[in-house]
Design a protein around this ligand. Structure first.
Ligand code: NDP
Length: 386
């Protein structure tokens, strides 16, 4: 029986992970489940999966959580420190699926325990890639990517030597506004940005898909995780979302990973690696699909991609600041304080500000340096007018 913990259990990735665990209950002992504000779901999952511990990120919700699981003998805690402590409990496998930089500490603690880390939280790599990978190496922890593109690249690289890789292409669906004229984008509302054409995901990543900030994060994630030069990483719009990534080798051959747009595939791969388990997701019928389409991703229309290139080139604290500014820009868009196109304008303005002040070009020594840069970036992003 494998012990597992799921951080962000109440979210889209967390629920898909529990769906896989549900199919094979006797193979897993659930140690910790964490959530945020969705206490009803967390209580429901606690009743079903009987973890040792359930944690909410928000202390004011602890009484409701306690109430909901009373009599089950399940420990309940709350707050960021409690989530960090939960990740200190040694288990065989950890799903890191909290949204945003709040997922970084659980990811780090998990690898420090030597657990296998299934990494959905891309912010961990964008914000602190070198630190996370170094800690994993020191503690002998395996990291398995869960983002569909990175799982695809990982699978295409099995048995391959990374030095033979010439290029990596990650695909983008194009998000909610793929077919919108550029002139209309300034008026796009949060509600309109929340409808993804192919994938069912959490609210924030769905809006990030529409703005291409999600793809920008994934470019950086690719560089950090696979250690490949940024000039070899490309993105292309593929409206069908069936090819998730393509790896090109120096002999001209390419390996494309094809599968239905269902996150359970990538999660199942990470859960069972190095084995594969039967999974009843939809099978593709190429005769009905008919064609795969591809379009260039225009960096003028999607400035987040251009900013990601700059971040990849510059390294140091640029990834940390990029993510923090992006998270605040997204909050401000959701709260209707700024427009859809203003998100990229704000992120760029914040990065310029920090760069001018010389705050981005030092190598972070530890988690503290990273969290400090994250906080000071957020402060500027909250007050800057665009
Ligand atoms: P969701 O918004 O659906 O879920 C996020 C989870 O994090 C929920 O459990 C939420 O709790 C919890 N949470 C929110 N805020 C905090 C906080 N401050 N501290 C601790 N926990 C918190 O996100 P997704 O599942 O869509 O995405 C999760 C991660 O996976 C992201 O990094 C995303 O980029 C990545 N990812 C997601 C994909 C997808 O298909 N959804 C695909 C590839 C990557 P609650 O809901 O209870 O408030």
């Amino acid at each position: 029986m494998r012990s597992i913990s799921i951080f962000g259990a109440t979210g889209s990735i967390g629920q898909n992970t529990l769906d896989l665990v549900r199919r094979d209950r006797t193979s897993y002992k659930v140690t910790a489940l964490t959530g945020g504000r969705n206490i009803v779901q967390l209580i429901r999952d606690a009743h079903e999966f009987r973890p040792d511990l359930v944690v909410t990120a928000f202390p004011e919700l602890l009484p409701e959580l306690k109430d909901g699981v009373s009599g089950l003998g399940i420990e309940t805690t709350a707050g960021d420190m409690a989530i960090s402590d939960a990740a200190d409990r040694p288990v065989d496998w950890v799903m890191s699926a909290i949204i945003g930089v709040a997922g970084l500490v659980p990811s780090l603690n998990a690898v420090r325990q030597g657990s296998t880390l299934a990494l959905a939280n891309k912010e961990s790599l964008v914000t602190a890639g070198p630190l996370l990978l170094a800690e994993a190496a020191v503690h002998g922890a395996k990291i398995l990517p869960v983002d569909s593109e990175h799982s695809a690249i990982f699978q295409a690289l099995l048995g391959e030597d990374i030095s033979n890789v010439e290029r990596i292409i990650i695909t983008a669906s194009g998000g909610a506004f793929r077919d919108w004229p550029q002139a209309d984008l300034a008026q796009a509302t949060p509600a309109q940005a929340q409808t993804h054409p192919n994938w069912s995901m959490g609210q924030r990543i769905t809006i990030d898909s529409a703005s291409f900030f999600n793809k920008a994060m994934e470019l950086i994630e690719t560089k950090e995780f696979f250690g490949i030069n940024e000039t070899c990483i490309e993105t292309i719009i593929h409206p069908e979302s069936l090819i998730h990534a393509i790896v090109g080798f120096k002999d001209g051959g390419m390996m494309a990973h094809v599968g239905p747009p269902d996150m359970r595939h990538a999660i199942s791969f990470a859960l069972h690696h190095p084995k594969r388990q039967y999974l009843d997701v939809a099978r593709l019928d190429f005769t009905t699909i008919g064609k795969f389409q591809f379009f260039a991703a225009d960096e003028k229309r999607y400035p987040a991609l251009r900013l990601a290139r700059e971040v990849m080139r510059k390294g140091h604290l640029w990834g940390t600041a990029f993510n923090a500014a992006k998270e605040v820009a997204l909050d401000r868009f959701i709260n209707c304080e700024i427009g859809f196109l203003d998100m990229a304008v704000l992120v760029e303005a914040v990065l310029c500000d920090l760069d001018r002040a010389g705050h981005l070009n030092t190598m972070p020594r530890d988690l503290q340096d990273i969290l400090q840069a994250d906080q000071s970036t957020r402060h500027i992003a909250r007050i800057l007018n665009v």
